[in-house]
Design a protein around this ligand. Structure first.
Ligand SMILES: [Zn+2]
Length: 234
């Protein structure tokens, strides 16, 4: 499908097919999963009896903001709603990366790692498209694939370090989270390519898988914090 210039921002299979007042119905409705993920994560934190520290408040706030922002973007497709769609999502990724690295290596690495990750992701996008710009004709939504690959490499470092510090169970959960995120990135990237075969596209799977990853990420954070207390007491 060729992008249509009258639309502002990213184009999806559903773009231009409004229903019941929603610019992109399936892409709008599936944001409920993000709100549900935030609620389930909130309930898990409360039930697990770890203190509701600022880390969790920020993560839960950002995840809820992603759900609201993404609903507004896919429902309305206005300029301002696009900003509300991506900003809390990127903020969640950076905060979560910082907290996970901090949990593994301490504050200094926790602050440095997301900065390094952003620099590497931006560089990978610039360099990749300098040499493979013809791939843009396949789908404009492939634009962020080099960044997704770079972020995956950082995630693998975190999974490895989680295995060493917190054991197999935590690492298996971490691996499942990363697998969900990779699946989400793939479905986001191929959305426009599959339109002829699957009219609603696959962008909604990006919402479902990423919200699963985010919810389980917060659950993992709780478990690592609990385990850290045990490790300190040992
Ligand atoms: Zn979306």
């Amino acid at each position: 499908m060729i992008p249509q210039p009258q639309f502002h921002g990213p184009i999806y299979c559903e773009t231009g097919h409004p229903w019941m007042g929603m610019a992109e119905p399936v892409n709008t409705i599936t944001n409920a999963a993000i709100i549900i993920a935030a609620y389930l994560a909130y309930r898990y934190v409360r039930k697990s009896k770890v203190p509701m520290t600022l880390d969790f408040v920020v993560l839960l706030f950002l995840l809820t903001a992603v759900g609201i922002g993404s609903t507004l973007w896919h429902g309305l497709r206005t300029h301002w709603a696009l900003e509300l769609d991506w900003m809390p999502g990127v903020a969640f990724l950076l905060v979560f990366t910082a907290l996970w690295f901090r949990q593994l290596f301490g504050w200094a690495v926790g602050i440095l790692a997301p900065i390094l990750m952003v620099a590497a992701a931006v560089a990978s996008v610039i360099f990749f498209w300098r040499y493979f710009d013809t791939l843009h004709d396949v789908s404009p939504n492939l634009r962020f694939t080099p960044a997704f690959a770079t972020i995956t490499m950082f995630a693998m470092v975190m999974v490895g370090a989680t295995l060493r510090k917190y054991g197999k169970q935590a690492a298996t959960q971490a691996m499942f989270i990363v697998a969900c995120a990779i699946g989400a990135a793939v479905f986001r990237s191929i959305d426009l390519i599959v339109c002829p075969y699957f009219a609603v596209g696959t962008h909604f799977l990006w919402h479902l898988l990423l919200s699963t990853a985010a919810c389980l990420g917060i659950v993992l954070m709780v478990r690592m914090k609990k385990a850290s207390v045990v490790l300190q007491q040992a």
